[in-house]
Structures are given as C-alpha cells and as structure tokens.
Design a protein around this ligand. Structure first.
Ligand SMILES: [Zn+2]
Ligand SMILES: [Zn+2]
Ligand SMILES: [Zn+2]
Length: 167
C-alpha cells in the first residue's frame, strides 16, 4: 500500500446538517488559493464566489441556482460567466460535476488527478466523495480488457446517508 495522505483514506464521510461547516468552507477555499498559487492560476473574484456558493452545503448545486444567487447581488451575471468559472474549477479539480444530477459539488479529495466515486443521499441530497483509488483502477482495468478507451470516470451510488437511514 502506498502511503497516501488523503483526508478520507478512501472512505466517505457524511456531515449531516449539524457540524462546523465554516471549517469545511475555510479548508476548501484555503486549498483553492494554495493550488492556484502553485499553478500560477488566477482565482478571480467570480471563480472564488462560485466556489463559495458551491460549498454553501454538501449538496450538489445546479448551474442555474448559482446564476440565480449570483444575480441577487451582482445584476449583470450571465450564464457564460458562470459556466466559465465552473470550467476553471473543474479543470483544477476543485469541483466535480455529478452527471446524473447535472449539478456540481466541491471536491473534498486529494490534489492529484483522481477518479472519485460519489455517494448520493436520495433523502437529504448530501453528496459525499469517496476517493477510492483501487475502485477507479479496477473499473479502468475492466474497461481496458474490453478494449475500451476511458476518457472520464464517474461512479455514482444512490441511496441513504447514515443520518437519513437512522430516521
Ligand atoms: Zn461541512
Ligand atoms: Zn475530488
Ligand atoms: Zn441523507
């Protein structure tokens, strides 16, 4: 086993509504700033704002909700502006697109390129990222055996988080 210093070590964590979420946001923004500094990329006002809004909760956020919320405070925000910011955040691995929901979540995983798996609670909508490198490799291997060239992996699991399952 490689010595991986990720937060989760491959297991996902659900937060529920009652936790110190400001800490999650602070960590995400700090990471974004650090990463952009390292890569010489600019975390512009709009990119940072979009990231903040996505991290408003652990639920996935749709682009038009972002647009709505940005437009309250800044009248002239147009869809391409939001999409460009999202594109930047995705390229730098700061957010992921959850395909089935057509929505975005903040990345809570490692800085390396990673194939995350997503646990999606159908009750409360919380999405948890599972950075299971072995799962990603197994899927890629099986696909390769079929002669399939994988460009992108998106593994989604739909069900109930611990909090909702206990209700
Ligand atoms: Zn949180
Ligand atoms: Zn991630
Ligand atoms: Zn739930």
């Amino acid at each position: 086993m490689a010595n991986r210093k990720t937060l989760s070590g491959g297991s996902a964590a659900f937060h529920g509504t009652r936790h110190a979420h400001a800490r999650c946001v602070g960590r995400a923004l700090g990471r974004a700033e650090e990463l952009c500094r390292q890569r010489g990329a600019r975390l512009t006002y709009m990119r940072r704002r979009v990231l903040e809004l996505i991290w408003d909760s652990h639920k996935a956020v749709k682009a038009y909700d972002l647009l709505d919320r940005l437009s309250d405070s800044e009248k002239s925000v147009r869809p391409p502006t939001v999409y460009r910011a999202l594109e930047f955040l995705m390229v730098h691995g700061l957010v992921h697109r959850v395909d089935s929901l057509n929505a975005f979540v903040g990345c809570s995983g490692s800085d390396e390129q990673h194939n995350a798996q997503f646990l999606i609670c159908q009750e409360c909508g919380e999405v948890s990222e599972m950075d299971g490198a072995m799962i990603g490799q197994a899927v890629a291997r099986q696909a390769a055996e079929a002669g399939f060239n994988v460009r992108r992996q998106m593994v989604e699991l739909h069900g109930e988080c611990p909090g909702c399952a206990a209700k």
